[in-house]
Design a protein around this ligand. Structure first.
Ligand SMILES: Nc1nc2c(c(=O)[nH]1)N[C@H]1C(S)=C(S)[C@@H](COP(=O)(O)OP(=O)(O)OC[C@H]3O[C@@H](n4cnc5c(=O)[nH]c(N)nc54)[C@H](O)[C@@H]3O)O[C@H]1N2
Ligand SMILES: Nc1nc2c(c(=O)[nH]1)N[C@H]1C(S)=C(S)[C@@H](COP(=O)(O)OP(=O)(O)OC[C@H]3O[C@@H](n4cnc5c(=O)[nH]c(N)nc54)[C@H](O)[C@@H]3O)O[C@H]1N2
Ligand code: SF4
Ligand SMILES: [Mo]
Length: 885
């Protein structure tokens, strides 16, 4: 009998509801939950591919100690003993937890309780430090609490939506779809995109401001100064609900138009157009994400934006407000439990003695942290220099995602005791663990997450625990019990953890704290199982309702007033003679962070199958690199090698490299090895988007491409990048010294058995070499080499792994690297739901399909999740423009 379970997507902070279905044959499929208020049935490409990422390939199924299998008791006893001994000898601040916005609230609550209340240190920080901490700091400065005032509906109700430092189309695709639908229904609605790059999101914009890196503070200062002289200013709101306007205005007015143009890199016409739009539109929502947060001026950027909304009173009313888009599925839940080193539980403040006492009384704990612990970058510095001697890493991959990542790897490797809880055996971080603990993954675990609009939803288990994997909260609680805190950590279920968290949110809360979900303080197992998505706050005896904050003031500073923050435009140019270019890093549509899950899906991997650097054509010319060549990127911290992607979407002087690739998928593409550990002074968030680098062309003698039925092993060429493909793997290669025998190379690295002889040819003149290995009518592997980047049609070559090759002539065609007559290479995948490639779309456009809808009718592309619609529109525009020339 088939079963259906309502749960929540484990990827981005949109927090889409998902229905997981297991059919009679045991096959899992997913679809959007039409009743979930975040997505109303929509899913993006990553959400739609969830069923392809839940297999057990590569999973950790048993606890391990120093690489050998251990049982839970032994592993947990060891963790408890080593942590207790370290604390006894060196004090509570000699241990640390580094956790994640991908933990569920229940996991996070137990981690925070154990560290802050029972170990008595605040050395718990999280990857949210790299993600949301500037927003948290900005909110707390302005509002007195970490409150997101608005809801998703506001984005649809607004007449002007500003997206700054957000590639919404790729990173919050379902909000993007809601916005695109709202704009289509109300064409008068305006969208402004502020981003140094012309992203896919910019394609929906009425105005794209290609801002200079970190020009945002200046831009919003200019806006505030402009607004002050117009009717848009709300003196009543400013007077009644805020303080500090005069100082903020004075600071903002310090910049004249010439300075504004210089600092933002924008022409005065565009500045005026933007200022006017904001002035004249009452219903304005400003959404921001990592282009704002991940900056040395991230907190000031947040406050510069909030200042403009406070000055116009445009906050907390339908269709109005500043809106911090959260990255991870539970970035918000982590903030609610106080998962950051400078926060306490339930939105209480670590620097407030009364709050500390209150939390300690509630927990009845032997200790309470009274000063902030290490923020992520400092935490790994403390690991490096031995101040931290025992470290537990949970649900994050810092060797890939932390700035100065090589130093982070070295610090972890040198740490006397490292515990890692993960779902995968082989990540760049798990390989450094002394104790490796198998965690339950999505589909197996139970708990709650909070999305960007403060909506709490259940993740529900619908598959059994694989092997001996256990929930993260359970692992933490077991260690807590074994450290001697039996009563405080004897949680029988996730539901009981949630109930305690809800009780604490309401504990001695007379409305002075925004986060209150007291209505759920007595939730039992059955109610928890059936819990429908709801927004906080929801104090005891309140009704489920749509909530907004601050339309009528009621801020969380002691005087209940908001603060304007007087900000100054920072120096933003980090380049120097040796490092003359700027590195900007971020995301692509179909990969999630370090690829441990999305990297399993062939469909998702086909969108962009290798690490790349977007480079402006003139910079490419100066470096001497052409598209498909290789670039080496260097900073004083480290190096990376990626493929060049020459495009005018990229601004001059800046390269964009995705954060995703790591040592499991490429030779040297961990871009965080290059990123400097420079942080925002208030939030401690790394500035991952403005890094001084040098870039040069990497000359190699040979380029290669291979497809292989088995996973390539032991790769050691100058450049390689591996991606999952239907029926096997695809591999990009580049190298200087060719091996003595390529056939032997294939046997060693592509697992070709000795008895199988290759088909193919080598041309000494051109340097071309082709080898294909067949077993019966099945292709085992094909390798294509050339002195130039190999021109073989990738998707066609990949397809050969799954088709049968009965006829000898066809096998030679494969060896020759040529699609047969009449067969078109589909080209790089654009639509991952229906695996439609760029060449197919171009052909459809040439055949008369001149709209996204027409292409959809012809090829189905873009008709399921819609994540690729912006790209399809770009291809159509490109073809039509080319035809018109
Ligand atoms: N596909 C996909 N989606 C994801 C994720 C993923 O890994 N993959 N991760 C999730 C997570 S955790 C997060 S935090 C979010 C991040 O979501 P986003 O913040 O939207 O994504 P990023 O690509 O990191 O950066 C956004 C944009 O900021 C721009 N930018 C760089 N510097 C500046 C600047 O100085 N000013 C301005 N205004 N813009 C600048 C970059 O060019 C980039 O296009 O995505 C979430 N969604
Ligand atoms: N240069 C640069 N660096 C960046 C960024 C950037 O834009 N540029 N963005 C930063 C941001 S915003 C973020 S959020 C981080 C993300 O960076 P990370 O958090 O390091 O990336 P993930 O790949 O999401 O790591 C999650 C890990 O948890 C494991 N996992 C999955 N589910 C579970 C589970 O249920 N339990 C446990 N215990 N483990 C699980 C996964 O296998 C994986 O190893 O990267 C940051 N780093
Ligand atoms: S937008 Fe996509 S990745 Fe984000 S929660 Fe929804 S389905 Fe998941
Ligand atoms: Mo993030």
């Amino acid at each position: 009998m088939s079963t259906e379970t309502k749960t929540t997507c484990p990827y981005c902070g949109v927090g889409c509801g998902v229905i997981a279905r297991i059919d009679d044959a045991g096959t899992v499929s997913v679809r959007g939950d039409p009743d979930h208020p975040a997505n109303f049935g929509r899913l993006c490409s990553k959400g739609s591919a969830l069923a392809e990422t839940i297999d057990l390939d590569g999973r950790i199924l048993h606890p391990q100690i120093d690489g050998r299998r251990a049982d839970w008791d032994e592993a947990l006893d060891l963790v408890a003993t080593r942590f207790s001994e370290t604390i006894a000898e060196h004090g509570p601040d000699s241990v640390a937890f580094y956790v994640s916005g991908q933990l569920l609230t229940e996991d996070y609550y137990v981690a925070n309780k154990l560290m802050k209340g029972f170990i008595g240190s605040a050395n718990i920080d999280t990857n949210s430090r790299l993600c949301m901490s500037s927003s948290v700091a900005g909110h707390r400065r302005a509002f007195g609490a970490d409150t997101v005032p608005g809801t998703y509906e506001d984005i649809e109700l607004a007449d002007l939506v500003i997206l700054t430092g957000s590639n919404l189309a790729w990173c919050h695709p379902v909000i993007y779809q809601r916005l695109a639908a709202a704009k289509a229904a109300r064409p008068g609605m305006k969208v402004v995109v502020i981003d140094p790059r012309r992203t896919m999101t910019a394609d929906i914009a009425d105005l794209h401001l290609a801002i200079r890196p970190d020009g945002d503070v200046a831009l919003f200062m200019g806006l505030l100064a402009h607004l002050a002289g117009t009717a848009a200013i709300d003196q009543n709101y400013i007077g009644t609900h805020t303080t500090g306007f005069a100082e903020a205005f004075a600071a903002a007015s310090a910049l004249d138009i010439a300075e504004l143009m210089e600092l933002t890199g924008l022409p005065s016409m565009q500045l005026r157009q933007f200022f006017r739009l904001f002035e004249e539109t009452e219903k304005v929502v400003t959404c921001y994400s990592q282009g704002v947060n991940q900056s040395a001026s991230g907190t000031d950027k947040v406050n510069a934006i909030i200042n403009c909304h406070l000055a116009t009173g445009r906050i907390g009313r339908p269709g109005m407000g500043p809106f911090s888009l959260t990255g991870q599925p539970n970035a918000m839940g982590g903030r609610e439990v106080g998962g950051l080193a400078n926060m306490l539980a339930a939105h209480m403040a670590i620097e407030n003695a009364e709050d500390c006492d209150r939390v300690q009384r509630f927990w009845q704990s032997p200790a309470i942290a009274r000063w902030p612990g290490f923020k992520a970058v400092d935490m790994f510095r403390a690991v490096a220099d031995g101040r931290v001697k025992a470290l537990w890493i949970m649900a994050t991959n810092p060797v890939v995602s932390m700035p100065d990542a090589d130093a982070v790897a070295a610090a972890i490797a040198a740490c006397p005791f490292v515990v890692v809880s993960d779902v995968l055996q082989d990540t760049d971080t798990t390989k450094l663990a002394h104790v490796l603990l198998p965690s339950l993954g999505w589909a197996e675990k139970d708990g709650t997450v909070t999305n960007s609009e403060r909506r709490i939803s259940r993740q529900r288990a619908y598959l059994p625990a694989p092997g001996e994997a256990r929930a993260d909260w359970w692992q933490l609680a077991e260690v807590g019990r074994r450290m001697g805190f039996e009563d405080a950590f004897s949680f029988p279920s996730a539901a009981t953890v949630f109930a305690e968290h809800a009780t604490l949110s309401a504990f001695e809360n007379d409305g002075g704290r925004d986060f209150d979900i007291g209505a759920y303080a007595r939730i039992d197992g059955a109610a928890y199982d059936g819990l429908a998505p709801f927004q906080w706050p929801q104090p005891a005896a309140s009704q489920v309702q749509t909530t907004r904050f601050f339309a009528d003031g009621g801020f969380y500073h002691a005087d209940r007033k908001a603060r304007f923050v007087a900000v100054n435009a920072p120096a933003t140019d980090r380049t120097s003679a040796d490092f003359p270019l700027t590195l900007n890093t971020g995301r692509i549509r179909d990969q999630w962070h370090t690829m441990t899950r999305t990297g399993k899906s062939a469909r998702l991997s086909a969108h962009i199958a290798e690490p790349f650097a977007e480079i402006h054509p003139r910079d490419a010319m100066e470096i001497g690199v052409a598209s498909a060549g290789l670039v080496e990127i260097e900073s004083p911290y480290g190096k990376a090698v990626v493929r060049a992607l020459v495009t005018e979407r990229q601004a001059r002087g800046s390269l964009f490299v995705p954060m995703h690739w790591n040592d499991q998928f490429a030779a040297k593409a961990r871009i965080d090895a290059v990123v400097a550990p420079i942080t925002d002074p208030f939030s401690g968030q790394p500035a991952s988007k403005n890094v001084a680098i040098a870039a040069r062309r990497l000359k190699v003698a040979n380029y290669g491409f291979a497809v292989s039925a088995t996973k390539p092993q032991g790769l050691d060429t100058t450049y390689w990048a591996l991606a999952r493909a239907d029926g096997g793997w695809r591999l990009e290669l580049a190298l200087d010294a060719a091996p003595e025998s390529w056939s032997e190379w294939c046997r060693t690295h592509l697992g070709i058995p000795d008895h199988i002889e290759p088909l193919g040819y080598a041309d000494a003149q051109t340097g071309d070499l082709r080898l294909a290995f067949f077993e019966g009518d099945r292709l085992l592997a094909a390798l294509f080499l050339a002195r130039q980047p190999v021109a073989v049609a990738r998707n066609w070559a990949v397809e050969q792994l799954t088709v049968r090759h009965a006829d000898m002539a066809k096998r030679f065609a494969v060896a020759a690297g040529r699609p047969g007559a009449g067969r078109m290479d589909p080209g790089a995948t654009v639509c991952s739901c229906f695996s439609v490639g760029v060449n197919q779309i171009v052909a459809a456009v040439r055949g008369g399909c001149h709209s996204v809808e027409a292409v959809g009718k012809e090829l189905n592309a873009g008709t399921n999740c819609g994540s690729c619609r912006a790209e399809i529109r770009g291809i159509i525009d490109g073809c039509l423009a080319a035809a018109a020339e």
